[in-house]
Design a protein around this ligand. Structure first.
Ligand code: HEC
Length: 202
């Protein structure tokens, strides 16, 4: 009996230590281990980059063909189907969201809202938008990946800039027609515009 009790005294801390050492390294991002976190961030970034490349090349083509007015119309019809087909190809749900959405369909869900609030807090505290990190979380049985989208070029301002300054007048007219609830104007170069929100099965 004494022997067993002594063993327990010695073994229990050892077992507890081993259990802790073997457990996935919990990070601030929930239960993703550090190595999984790295993989997930790489995968998310490659999906966001592919989606950005597809959207921006069609946008530039539409701008070249018929100016911002035509491009708004084009975006309105094409952005969704483009992201939808990319989602199917990559087995992930790829979308964009914002605290000031143009399209109501891009309004944040609950988790997206929490992430946006967190980003806004960082920005209010003085963090530069360019320093906002991409992040990944476990959400049920999925991975939720977020990457900040910035007003990265003067091109964005033609449709998201300040009325009477950088915002294109013709584009604004079509935007008002198509998106009566638009909240996505008034931006300056380099500002935070929204998040890529990408989810895939874990
Ligand atoms: C020709 C006009 C035009 C230009 C240029 C443009 N956008 Fe947009 N943007 C739109 C339209 C229209 C939507 C709504 C698309 C939809 O219906 O999903 C939109 C939606 C978005 C959204 C999704 C969230 C929301 O507000 O609905 C983000 C993020 C975004 N734009 C960022 C950018 C960035 C960054 C650039 C520059 C690289 C850019 N846009 C350039 C017209 C434009």
């Amino acid at each position: 009996m004494v022997y067993i009790r002594a063993m327990r005294k010695v073994l229990l801390p050892v077992i507890l230590f081993l259990l802790q050492a073997c457990a996935p390294d919990p990070t601030e991002h929930g239960v993703l281990s550090r190595s999984e976190q790295d993989k997930v961030l790489d995968h998310g970034a490659s999906l966001a980059d592919a989606a950005f490349a597809a959207l921006s090349s069609t946008l530039q083509q539409a701008m070249a063909e018929g100016g911002p007015e035509h491009a708004v119309d084009f975006c309105n019809k094409t952005a969704w189907s483009l992201l939808d087909s990319l989602s199917v190809v990559h087995g992930a749900r790829i979308r964009r969201t914002s605290d000031r959405p143009r399209s109501l369909a891009n309004s944040p869900d609950q988790h997206e809202r929490e992430r946006l609030d967190e980003v806004l807090k960082h920005l209010e505290a003085g963090m530069g938008a360019a320093y906002l990190p991409a992040e990944a979380f476990v959400l049920g049985d999925s991975i939720a990946y977020y990457k900040p989208i910035l007003i990265a070029s003067p091109l964005c301002l033609k449709c998201h800039g300040k009325a009477g300054e950088t915002l294109d007048g013709d584009a604004l007219r079509v935007i008002r027609e198509r998106y009566p609830q638009d909240a996505a104007t008034g931006y300056a170069l380099g500002e935070f515009r929204g998040l890529w929100s990408i989810r895939w099965p874990r």
